[in-house]
Design a binder for this molecule. Sequence first.
Ligand code: HEM
Length: 349
Amino acid sequence: MDYSNYLKLPQLLSLQELESHKRTGQAAHNEMLFIIIHQSYELWFKQILHEVMAIKEKLGQPFVQQSSLSFIVSKLKRVNIILQQLVDQISIMETLSTVDFLEFRHHLVPASGFQSVQFRQLEAHLGLKFSQRMSLEKAFLKQRLDHQQYQQIEQLDQSASLLELVDTWLARFPLLEQKEYWQDYQAAVEQMLDLEAKIISNNTQQDDRQIQFEQKNLQMNRQHFQVLFDEKAYQDSENKISRKAMLSALFIHLNRDYPLLALPFQLLEGLVEIDEWLTLWRQRHALMVQRILGNKVGTGGSSGHHYLGETVKKNRIFADFFNLTSFLLPQNQLPKLNAELKELLAKEI
Ligand code: HEM
């Protein structure tokens, strides 16, 4: 065993076959970078999938022990650091000028990153459902992936995603029956909003129009909170996770300083970070495409950066946890935990 044969370097390093050279006998210098960067991304996608599947395995158990939580949090951290590198690597891609790219682009048509099966697997494992995807995107997936690859993604779409597993785990937290706690929380919210209303109407430095504008915003804020307390309103909202899961996640956020909630809190933060890095990746990739291609259509046949820009907003996966912070209250206004609740916090979940 040596370095080279352990890592299968002869095989790995012979996998960069320049299409320009094959077709014309003359290699386009920049095609090497294009191939290597895509291959590196695919290797990192493989590693991320490896971690995500292990996380799902642990989270899918009927009881998630503290040791599993610690495993999950550490692997989420790893995934996020890799994702951060993947965002940074776009700068390497941006050293490719339009002219450099046009030298060999026609050789790869109709191949496109759109057909990255691992990227689609990752989206599906995390929780991006077909029902959420744009209709154009769904149609393209069917056309551009081969039948077997498409079926694989379809199967994943129907199985429990990380988001769904987190939902189930959160929904069984033993805190939801604590009616008193939530009543106190609701009272604290109303007190906070009433105080804000008073500050707005007592502000003598604002004219009536400004005051009305602020009051309208505050009213929207009030309605936003109301969704939490009303099952029907919650179901009509844009949240993807169940109301039970949302309340548990909120409880974890509000009481994250209790040692037993530290890991669940870090888990939720890990998901927020994944959402942030993936969104940043989509944004940077779309901008890079605009920079290199302008308004040209993609090799995969989409409208290029216009299509990619849409996916930035529409394909968020853990946005619910991102928005959770709207429901936080100042520390000194938080409801007190009763003795029973404190004891419950010591239970395994
Ligand atoms: C010169 C560099 C690149 C250009 C010009 C480019 C262009 C595009 C375009 C135009 C699309 C939309 C689909 C289409 O019509 O083809 C796309 C999608 C995609 N590209 Fe790239 N790309 C580049 C580099 C990369 C790299 C390095 C990766 C890493 C794997 C990548 C991964 C993807 C993925 C995953 C999609 C699908 C995104 C989605 O549908 O949400 N691309 N790319």
